[in-house]
Design a protein around this ligand. Structure first.
Ligand code: HEM
Length: 502
């Protein structure tokens, strides 16, 4: 809070309760709302109400606004002093803090818990990256969280300045997981050595980004670089990777089509070799391509005479992207793409997704706090057994998803890429099916707990609204839930010993 100028008794505050001279006390601070009353988004009458004008309105304020409203610089300026004998109760936690609300953070961040998975370097990265996100939130600068909220509003892509800042810290590179692409890079200012970076570090980054509570924005930040890194030629990597890691260029993965979603073999985009064998000519369409609207490069699945291949295509004449209006989020840049006789050098031929447990956890934490603070018929919502039963189910879902995710991450750390494909494709498909289904169940329950607030894009329930709106997309993007579940069971069925009998 800004340094308070003077200290007032509540009796003094009470004298300022009329039009042109309106004060209220909120959480030990005195606000002069005489002019602001004309601009108050909730209207004038609520502020002139005799229960509010000249009174301590702390309880009413927090039942109607998110705490962060008080920390916006424009509103901090309304503070003229403090209330005698009171101290601030609802100060924001310092940047980088671990939540004190049970289950609002994964248990490995709780000092009372131990974890065999997360080592010192994971903890260092987590602390530094959370400070990066939180500082942005508090100072409303150009970094992650405020940018996410603004872009959700205006549907524009993540700000170039943010992408470049992430580039300086090599966050784009870290988001691709461990590998040779990290060699020689200074990760998060040198906090983690590229050689020690593993899938748990990647999980840390993914989960911290998941805290910002605006799903489409996080998707807009992702891309189609892994095939370039895993299968691209040295020349191709040298050109594309630095541009994308620095945040100057955008890339997306363009696989699905109106004809082929989870069933990738149905792809109809064709790549035909030119008679001299030096180029492919690409024709076809792609649909639901996250980040496609803003991308400079497209990692495209195509059909050739010899089966499916993946090509890297640069934006050029013949490549058109059209934004698809979704019920989800325009900042994710979801596109319909057409390729019309696009010429691609043959050398540009190229050879995953972490399920959203963290954003699920966000809403569990918010529901716990809201059920505790919201009073209905004079009693907190938490006093209702039906609300506690919903919360119990939500906690159980998020904790089981996290444990399964950590177990699979450990297996990834100890398996080659090839072994991962063999042993983890099935479990990963089942995990994704489970967490997206579980998240949808929790989203529906969260809406019941927040009531009408959960259907407005701003205000107390804004995180719930965003989650509830965006979560069905998780169940479709990267493979439809049913298809994934089926894949998981079919993979397991293959491994049942032929002589197994009950
Ligand atoms: C420093 C003082 C205040 C500031 C800066 C402030 C600011 C705001 C803002 C930004 C909103 C829009 C919030 C949103 O979309 O979530 C809002 C809405 C509202 N405010 Fe305030 N407000 C203040 C004090 C109060 C007080 C004392 C009351 C007491 C009743 C009040 C009642 C409301 C109501 C009823 C709404 C509409 C809520 C809704 O749509 O659910 N405000 N206020």
């Amino acid at each position: 809070m800004a340094a308070a100028k003077r200290s007032f008794s509540l009796a003094e505050v009470a004298k300022h309760n009329s039009e042109g001279d309106l004060w209220v006390a909120i959480d030990s601070h005195v606000y002069d709302l005489s002019k602001f009353v004309n601009f108050h988004p909730g209207g004038k009458s609520v502020l002139y109400d005799e229960e509010i004008a000249g009174k301590d309105a702390t309880e009413q304020f927090f039942s109607l606004h998110r705490t962060e409203v008080l920390h916006r610089p424009a509103y901090k300026r309304l503070i003229i002093g403090t209330v005698e004998g009171q101290s601030q109760q609802f100060a924001p936690a310092p940047p980088g803090s671990i939540s004190r609300v049970p289950y609002a953070d994964p248990s490995w961040l709780d000092p009372a818990y131990s974890s065999v998975y997360f080592k010192d370097s994971h903890r260092r990265l987590q602390r530094a990256f959370r400070v990066f996100c939180d500082e942005a939130m508090i100072f409303l600068s150009v970094y992650l969280i405020p940018d996410a909220l603004l872009r959700e509003e205006d549907g524009k892509p993540p700000s170039p300045s943010l992408l470049e800042k992430m580039g300086e810290l090599n966050i784009h590179a870290m988001r691709l997981g461990p590998g040779k692409h990290l060699k020689g890079l200074k990760l998060m200012g040198g906090i983690v050595e590229p050689e020690e970076y593993d899938y748990f570090h990647e999980l840390v980054i993914t989960q911290e980004i998941g805290r910002h509570g605006t799903r489409g924005y996080g998707d807009g930040l992702s891309g189609g670089l892994p095939p370039v890194i895993n299968f691209g030629s040295r020349e191709l990597q040298a050109k594309v990777v630095p541009e994308v890691f620095s945040g100057k260029k955008q890339i997306c993965l363009a696989i699905s089509e109106a004809f082929a979603g989870s069933d990738v073999s149905g792809v109809r985009t064709t790549a035909k070799k030119t008679p001299d064998g030096k180029h492919f000519i690409v024709n076809g369409t792609k649909k639901w391509i996250t980040n496609g609207t803003f991308s400079d490069y497209f990692t495209v699945a195509c059909k050739t005479d010899k089966g499916l291949t993946v090509l890297l295509i640069e934006r050029q004449p013949g490549v058109e992207t059209k934004a698809i209006k979704t019920s989800y989020s325009s900042t994710a840049g979801t596109a319909y793409i057409t390729f019309d006789n696009v010429k691609v050098p043959v050398g540009e031929r190229l050879g995953k997704r972490k399920p959203g447990v963290r954003s699920h956890r966000n809403i569990v934490g918010q529901c716990l706090v809201w059920a505790n603070q919201r009073k209905v018929f004079g009693k907190p919502l938490m006093n209702q057994p039906v609300v506690r039963a919903k919360l119990a189910n939500m906690i159980a879902r998020v904790e089981s998803g996290q444990s399964w995710l950590e177990n699979i991450t450990l297996q990834m750390c100890n398996m080659s890429y090839k072994a991962q494909a063999e042993h983890l494709a099935g479990p990963l498909a089942l995990l994704k099916m489970y967490v997206t289904r579980a998240a949808q169940e929790s989203a529906a329950e969260a809406v019941q707990i927040f009531g009408g607030r959960a259907i407005t894009k701003t205000g107390l329930g804004q995180t719930i609204e965003n989650f509830h709106r965006a979560i069905p997309f998780d169940a479709v993007l990267g493979g439809a839930e049913d298809v994934l579940g089926d894949l998981g069971v079919r993979q397991a069925a293959k491994k049942i010993p032929k002589n197994a009998r009950l």
